[in-house]
Write a protein of this length. Structure first.
Length: 241
């Protein structure tokens, strides 16, 4: 049967198989190297490291929308420990996350695997109001046309670039003061989500290089450092809800 197949076709098949094998081997090496790099990073921060899949992550942190997408959800390459944020020691969980979705229809229906990195800090302020600051999407602009507005600020550039939502508008305005807004426009972060006293930073789409975790922790530290003193006092006293 093979004799009836043109030599050119056989060569093409062999080349494709070789490419596939090389891709699998390269992917395995990259995963192994990533684990080595993140293990070293966790040691740098005095954190524990677990490369295995944690399927309980979504149950603990599922209040963040990004951890409840699709199916087959799990965290992996997880670093846990304490870090200093805003001059205070806070619990931290960061690493990679994966989930699956089914896309297309009929014969074209397929399962797609998504992976991204995240950094989550647990603050001591359990009564802190929820606050979402993220990049503005096209559908946010569509929603505003139907009256579903986010919180707007005097800075038109900030309001056009970022979607801000909170059940406590005063808290949102206090956090997003002019200097904070200027800093956001300078650093252009993907955003931050604060829920149930926890802060999470991720764009929900990309796996970070190890140095991005370092940058993100530094960014979160600087973010909290810029909160007004009276806000911190109110949080310490449990006044803000």
């Amino acid at each position: 049967m093979l004799a009836s197949i043109p030599v050119g076709v056989v060569i093409a098949i062999v080349v494709v198989l070789i490419v596939i094998v090389f891709a699998i081997v390269a992917g395995h090496k990259a995963m192994k190297q990533r684990r080595v790099d993140l293990l070293a990073l966790s040691g740098r921060f005095g954190m524990s490291f677990d490369p295995g899949h944690d399927r309980e992550h979504e149950h603990r942190f599922g209040h963040f929308e990004v951890f409840s997408r699709g199916f087959g959800r799990s965290a992996y390459n997880t670093m846990r420990g304490q870090v200093e944020v805003g001059g205070r020691a806070m619990g931290c969980v960061m690493g990679d996350y994966t989930y699956k979705t089914r896309e297309g229809s009929g014969k074209n229906r397929r399962t797609v695997t998504h992976r991204f990195s995240y950094c989550l800090v647990e603050t001591p302020w359990l009564t802190m109001p929820n606050l979402l600051i993220r990049r503005e999407h096209f559908f946010d602009k569509v929603g505003s046309a139907f009256g579903f507005d986010d919180i707007d600020f005097e800075s038109n550039a900030f309001s056009q670039k970022y979607f801000v939502k909170s059940p406590n508008k005063k808290f949102a305005y206090d956090i997003c003061h002019p200097r904070m807004i200027e800093w956001f426009l300078e650093t252009e972060p993907s955003g931050v989500d604060i829920e149930q006293g926890r802060m999470c930073v991720t764009d929900g789409t990309r796996v970070w290089k190890p140095e991005q975790f370092v940058y993100t922790l530094e960014w979160m530290d600087r973010f909290v450092e810029q909160w007004p003193g009276f806000v911190i006092e109110d949080l310490e006293e449990g006044i803000l809800v």
